[in-house]
Design a protein around this ligand. Sequence first.
Ligand code: HEC
Ligand code: HEC
Ligand code: HEC
Ligand code: HEC
Length: 212
Amino acid sequence: MDVHNTPNFPRKRGSAGMLRFGIATWVVGLVLIGFAGTPSDKPAGKPSGTLPPLQVDPKTAPRLEEGPSEPPRSKKTTKKRADNSACYVCHGNYEGEELAQVHAEGNVGCVDCHGPSLGHRNAEDHLTPPDKMYPAEAIDPACQACHATHDAPAKKVLARWRQKCPQKTEPEQLTCTDCHGYHRLARREILWDKRTGKLLSSKPASDAQTNQ
Ligand code: HEC
Ligand code: HEC
Ligand code: HEC
Ligand code: HEC
């Protein structure tokens, strides 16, 4: 059927109907604006009653049944990237760290996970802790707030476990950050109790407890 010339289109609101509706609206947009702009980000709304009658040459019109089923991926590149520069001043090592970067790319910055931490950033003596720290038992629930499911093949997960944290022998011991990223510091100069923020030690690096 020629959806463009069907009165009262769309008739159906099933998925196929929606798909054709979306693309047809897009085609209308192209015709009306003469390709001057990009397709609207807004979901396909009802065509306004004031639109002029639609004229589409069936020979040049795109074949609707072959249209994309979801918005173009290129939208991703216009996404906002989190600005972590206030933290890189002292934590430059995280500028190339996987967990921090994959999240910065998704506009989740250090401050989204650790809080704005203004006192911590501005403390001359570095003894004020950041707003939010993560003792081991708090890690998984924090990640799962945004990642409710884990869509990864068991084989890959086991391989990663073996590769990154073979010292842990029971699955219950694993946290998300054992397998994802290299987010921990090998050496700590200043240690706080991650639950209370109480300062535990501020020895020079050589004397500090190693982390883990
Ligand atoms: C003026 C320097 C400075 C700035 C700026 C700074 N930090 Fe820190 N941060 C430190 C120091 C020093 C430590 C202790 C590191 C160590 O033990 O070697 C630390 C430790 C941390 C820790 C570890 C806490 C834990 O679990 O024990 C977190 C988290 C942290 N900073 C987050 C941030 C975030 C988020 C920002 C940006 C909003 C930030 N920091 C900006 C100096 C800074
Ligand atoms: C505030 C929400 C939020 C929190 C909390 C969060 N994430 Fe994410 N995560 C995201 C977003 C947004 C992305 C960007 C990629 C995407 O769109 O899935 C992402 C991406 C990832 C990816 C890459 C996914 C891929 O497809 O390759 C991994 C792995 C990941 N997160 C692990 C974690 C871990 C581990 C934690 C806990 C330390 C965590 N996330 C906490 C929002 C979050
Ligand atoms: C034993 C290792 C291991 C642990 C623990 C682990 N993951 Fe993964 N995860 C993986 C592997 C391997 C993949 C697949 C990555 C790939 O295909 O490159 C993956 C994929 C992901 C992805 C991308 C796929 C998706 O589902 O979107 C996210 C997000 C993620 N993990 C988050 C988490 C979170 C959150 C936790 C903690 C609750 C966690 N992971 C714990 C190994 C692990
Ligand atoms: C998706 C949430 C998330 C983001 C984004 C994130 N962190 Fe973290 N961060 C965590 C979690 C969870 C831990 C605890 C990890 C662990 O102990 O395995 C942690 C631990 C740390 C630690 C302590 C490491 C240690 O050895 O104890 C520092 C320092 C830190 N983060 C700094 C940063 C900085 C700087 C950024 C931004 C560049 C950042 N984090 C971004 C969740 C996040």
